[in-house]
Structure formats: structure tokens, C-alpha cells
Ligand binder design. Structure first.
Ligand SMILES: C[S@@+](CC[C@H](N)C(=O)[O-])C[C@H]1O[C@@H](n2cnc3c(N)ncnc32)[C@H](O)[C@@H]1O
Length: 281
């Protein structure tokens, strides 16, 4: 069957990366507490002279918080993101952190196709990144993380760690938010993994001792997305609420209870299982 020129053009047009326009603060929208970063810093336990990669750094919150807690150490911090807009935010964010002895370097780099060399890093931290990578490329990203870590290096993943009960609800509800917000590449790419899927990816890449180190309890609170993701459109928030309520009706009460689902009319909240997971090369 022949296809028209317009249709051909549509098929070849590459979607603009939604991270060019998704300018949010995760501390606010994800209700991140300081104690989560305390825990992350303890788990990373960076030492003088070590090379630390903040993979998919966004605006650099992970490195910022590590540096705040390791002021007297001399670390080599590498901040890398596939998106230029986000990397520029990281440069600005880190520019305002002083009183530390570490070096910070910034790179455009995609973990699926990384330019970093084998055996480079002592620690890699990927906070809320793996789920951004399309499912069929997640394996390659984790294999690359393994390759660029030094022997005995540590990979730290801070992400959703779902299970069979919660995966469908979370996947569908977040996808609808991204669709309403116009985040086309997020709607298309995101795949939120179950913990058993993360463990399988890690072990098949060669990692040892994959385990959950810390449970992150950070609720999704829908009204927090109004300003930063829906551009203050109440209509979009209401459409999202309608969708969430429909999904909640199709979901077993035991699962909603597990998700601490609460509908307060003006806002809905639920707590997706999230964790800090570590694995060793
Ligand atoms: C949800 S944000 C998290 C940012 C940061 N890690 C944080 O938690 O504050 C995900 C980031 O990963 C980046 N990203 C997505 N896919 C990536 C890939 N394959 N390689 C590197 N960065 C990627 C995006 O551009 C975005 O900045």
C-alpha cells in the first residue's frame, strides 16, 4: 500500500523531547523529604577522589544534596543528562552551591548510548531515570551502567519499585497525566518497573547483591501538578481526576488500600511503592 507524502512526513517527524518543556521541581511535586536524601548520601557514602555519576541528573538535585552532606570531601562529580535544557538547569543549580571541595563536570549523555568509558565510576546514581527509558532500551541502559562502573562499583537506583498489584494502576494514571499535560515523549516512553523486573535487569547485566535499601514514601498529590504540569488548567486537573476515579472503580479495594488511595474531592492522593535500590559490579 502506498502512503502519501504527508503521512510519510508524520511518520518520520521526531517528537520534541518533553523534558525541554517540563520545568518542574521534584522536591515539591514528589513531596521529597530531606531524610530521603540523608539516606541516599549514607548509601552512596562517597570517599575522597571517587568518581560519582549523577545519571539523568535533571537539574542536579542528587549531586547538590550529596555535596551538601560531603563538604569536606573532594569528589569528582559527573552530571549527565540526555536533555540539554535539563543539563543547563543543573549548571545553574550547582552554581549556587558553595563551600565544598568537589569538582563538578557536566555532560550531555544518554545512558542507552553512553560515551563514558569502561571502568570509570565508583558510584552511579540514577534517581527517577530508568522508567523514562523505553522498555526495550532499559536492558541496554543497565548494561551500560555496569560497563562504565569500576569493579566493585555501586549502582544506586531511586525509582518506583512496583508489584503485580500496583503496576497497572500507576502506569495508566501517570500516563494519562502526561497525556493531559502534553508531555508526548513521556507518554510514549515511560515504563514504570516492578521491583522483580528491576532485579532481573540488574542480574542479567551481571550485577550482584541487588537489594532494596530504603523505602521512599512519597505520595502523588494531584493538586501539586496543577501549576507545574497543567499550566494552572483546572479543566486538565478535573479530567485527570475523572480518569483516576474511573480507574479506582476498576481496581480492587485491597490494592487501593495498599496504595493509600484517598479522594478528597479537590485533590486525590496515593503512594506508589518507591525505593532506593543498590547493586554491585
Ligand atoms: C524525572 S527526571 C529526574 C531528574 C533527576 N535525576 C532528579 O531526580 O532530580 C528524569 C531525567 O532523566 C533524563 N533522561 C531520560 N532518559 C535518559 C537517558 N536515556 N539518559 C540520560 N538521561 C535521561 C531526562 O532528561 C530527565 O532530566
Amino acid at each position: 500500500m502506498k502512503i502519501g507524502i504527508k503521512q510519510q512526513a508524520r511518520q518520520t517527524v521526531k517528537l520534541k523531547d518533553s523534558f525541554d518543556v517540563r520545568i518542574v521541581r521534584y522536591e515539591y511535586i514528589h513531596s521529597i523529604k530531606d531524610e530521603f536524601f540523608d539516606e541516599l548520601a549514607k548509601i552512596a557514602n562517597p570517599q575522597n577522589g571517587q568518581n560519582i555519576l549523577d545519571a539523568g541528573c535533571g537539574y542536579g538535585a542528587v549531586t547538590r544534596e550529596i555535596l551538601k552532606r560531603a563538604k569536606n570531601k573532594k569528589l569528582n562529580c559527573f552530571l549527565a543528562d540526555a536533555n540539554h535544557t535539563q543539563l543547563m538547569r543543573a549548571k545553574e543549580e550547582l552554581g549556587s552551591i558553595d563551600g565544598h571541595k568537589s569538582e563538578t563536570k557536566f555532560f550531555i549523555d544518554n545512558l542507552v548510548d553512553t560515551k563514558f568509558e569502561e571502568n570509570t565510576f565508583d558510584t552511579i546514581i540514577a534517581k527517577m531515570v530508568i522508567h523514562e527509558i523505553p522498555l526495550e532500551k532499559q536492558k541496554q541502559a543497565i548494561e551500560n551502567a555496569y560497563r562504565i562502573l569500576k569493579p566493585n562499583g555501586k549502582l544506586i537506583i531511586w525509582d518506583m519499585a512496583l508489584d503485580n498489584d500496583t503496576q497497572l494502576f500507576i502506569q495508566e494514571v501517570i500516563r494519562m497525566k502526561d497525556k493531559l499535560a502534553g508531555f508526548k515523549t513521556l507518554e510514549k516512553n515511560r515504563y514504570f518497573l516492578r521491583f522483580d523486573e528491576i532485579k532481573t535487569l540488574l542480574s542479567s547485566a551481571g550485577f550482584k547483591k541487588a537489594k532494596k535499601e530504603y523505602q521512599i514514601v512519597s505520595p502523588v498529590i494531584t493538586h501539586k501538578r496543577l501549576e507545574q504540569e497543567f499550566g494552572n488548567s483546572k479543566a486538565k486537573l478535573n479530567k485527570w481526576h475523572k480518569f483516576i476515579r474511573e480507574k479506582a472503580k476498576e481496581t480492587k479495594p485491597t490494592i487501593l488500600k495498599k496504595l493509600k488511595f484517598a479522594d478528597e474531592g479537590e485533590s486525590i492522593s496515593f503512594v506508589p511503592p518507591k525505593a532506593i535500590i543498590t547493586a554491585i559490579k
